[in-house]
Design a binder for this molecule. Sequence first.
Ligand code: IPE
Ligand code: IPE
Ligand code: MG
Length: 249
Amino acid sequence: MQIKNKKKHKINIISSLPKHVAIIMDGNGRWATKKGKLRISGHQAGMKSAKKAIYFAKNHHLDALTLYAFSSENWNRSNKEVSSIMDLFIKTLDKEIHNLHKKNIKLQIIGDTSRFKIKLQNSINRSEKLTYNNRGLTLNIAANYGGRWDIIQVAKQLANQVKQGFLHPDQINEDIFCQYICMNELAPVDLVIRTGGEYRISNFLLWQIAYSELFFTDVLWPDFNESIFENAIHVFLKRKRKFGSSTIS
Ligand code: IPE
Ligand code: IPE
Ligand code: MG
């Protein structure tokens, strides 16, 4: 991958680049309010930033990009906001899926989709099926996702394995647990970016980010662009990852 550094020289960075970046896309509502608009127009503008992030990730050969679109707690918002977000999901998915497919991007939704309207569930199923064999970039959209939900769904599956006699409780270890957690088939999350100025995880990936690097920016999600993404990668490249050891990996 080639990436421009601050002095606009191109530098080649090979092994230490993040393979998997996850983004908490926060700040849509405040962006809209600041402009005297309805919150939904912030979500609409946020979709454009999501597109920028996706094509940046694709063009820079990341293996995976995971976008936090709707948390398991976001149902606590007004019915009006929730239903307009859901309508926006359906509209955007149906509009963009063929472009994603053409670019060889594989789309996966992580989260409990059973609570969505059938129309949205159908859109998701069609999109996942269409792009299933694509190998360019895996794009995970976290929708009705919660890190705690993810851990609980693993616990349920393990409990079933034990109940059926396929697994002894003493055999449960990190490797076995990992086989059931969302995105276990992908590279570990190297970098988490959160926009919108809050310094918290808000029930996003919990298990998966045990050793991820974290990057926070005050930029509101609709103002996110390629140069902020590039800056986050530069900051990541300067980090010394140790994974508990006394030497740097
Ligand atoms: C993130 O932006 C999008 C979703 C959670 C769906 P917000 O809607 O949380 O924006 P703020 O944090 O209120 O500005
Ligand atoms: C996190 O943002 C969820 C998404 C970006 C989808 P929130 O706006 O829901 O998080 P809190 O409420 O500030 O923690
Ligand atoms: Mg928010």
